[in-house]
Design a protein around this ligand. Structure first.
Ligand code: NAP
Length: 322
């Protein structure tokens, strides 16, 4: 049997690329530049398996660009950049890499929460600018996390992992919004309060952390109205997807002081960052680092590889999303 022809759209960790090359007829994107829509569409006719990432837009036009690809093995858990309906309509399987990046992403949610609450970005900028005049009791005063309410919007793998860190590590109270209550043992462990209504959660939380998937259903979920419902002096943390938040409304709330701060890892049209945020001191802006540690990035690659291997062997793929 000839080896499957596999295309990775960006560079992956070397250990994973080596294993992929050993097992499949692998084409790498050596320059690691994003591929154009035309190149992606053409790839649909040239390869058996396409391995995209969040930086690719696998829309219906790309998917209909050729008939050879039968598996889209995404490197990442979020798949809102892939038109799942278009893939399904062509009988193309789509897989993702859930679970292996949960801890890393929850770590970044806590990083953002601490940086925003303790004004770490502002402090670092001040120090590097040579503007630090020394310790004083009123300098760069932030907020404590202990006894504050963390409101998770979405309480799946990363939402729960974030709440665990916040509750057990920092003494925060946990509340969450979702479509259903969590498993009873998780609820008991975190003493977590369920809010079936988003606005009710937003009114109670001192820190709101977003953990729902991106895409149609959650687009602009945190709009101007939702932001107005948030407690005065509260914080918004987003490690989920940029399209969930209205960034103009967020910038207004940060400027007016309605929100004390925000911490963002994701943006609606990456790598562009909403201009209105760039000049504000009270927002922490990270370049989509959620899963960016060596162990996690290898585990994500090996997870994608396991999906390709199962498909190659005619077995059920372990992580289907379509
Ligand atoms: P998950 O386990 O599937 O959790 C998502 C949660 O959101 C589930 O509890 C789900 O509830 C809930 N949900 C889905 N749609 C909803 C809606 N319309 N309204 C309310 N709740 C809804 O996924 P995860 O592994 O935690 O990942 C969450 C997201 O984080 C990913 O989709 C991805 O976009 C993002 N992410 C970002 C990074 C980064 O680098 N910053 C890294 C990893 C992941 P149900 O049980 O009802 O479906």
């Amino acid at each position: 049997m000839p080896k499957l022809k596999v295309l990775t759209t960006r560079r992956w960790p070397a250990a994973v690329e080596e294993e992929l090359a050993r097992r499949f007829d692998l084409t790498l994107n050596k320059g690691d530049e994003p591929m154009s829509q035309d190149v992606l569409a053409a790839a649909m006719g040239e390869y058996d398996v396409l391995c995209p990432t969040v930086s690719d837009r696998i829309d219906a036009e790309v998917i209909n660009g050729g008939t050879r690809v039968k598996l889209i093995a995404n490197y990442g858990v979020g798949f809102d950049h892939i038109d799942i309906a278009a893939a399904k309509a062509k009988g193309i399987a789509v897989t993702n890499t859930p679970g292996v990046l949960t801890d890393a992403t929850a770590d970044i949610a806590l990083t953002l929460m601490l940086m925003a609450a303790r004004r770490a970005g502002e402090g670092e900028r001040e120090l590097r600018a040579g503007a630090w005049s020394g310790w004083r009791p009123t300098h760069l005063i932030g907020s404590a996390l202990k006894d504050k309410v963390l409101g998770c919007v979405g309480f799946g793998r990363i939402g729960i992992a974030t709440a665990r860190r916040a509750h057990h590590g920092f003494g925060m109270k946990v509340a969450y919004y979702g479509r259903r209550p969590c498993e009873p043992d998780v609820g008991r462990e975190l003493d977590a309060k369920f809010y079936p209504n988003l606005k009710d959660l937003l009114r109670e939380a001192d820190f709101v952390s977003l953990h729902v998937p991106g895409g149609g259903e959650t687009a602009n979920l945190i709009d101007a109205d939702a932001i107005a419902s948030m407690k005065k002096g509260s914080y918004l943390i987003n490690t989920a997807r940029g399209g969930i938040v209205d960034h103009d409304a967020l910038a207004d709330a940060l400027k007016s002081g309605h929100l004390a701060g925000a911490g963002l890892d994701v943006y609606p049209a990456e790598p562009a960052v909403p201009q209105a945020l760039l000049g504000l001191e009270n927002v922490v802006l990270l370049p989509h680092l959620g899963s960016a540690n060596a162990e996690t990035r290898i585990a994500m690659g090996m997870c994608a590889l396991a999906n390709i291997a199962a498909y190659a062997n005619g077995e059920d793929v372990p992580n289907p999303v379509a």
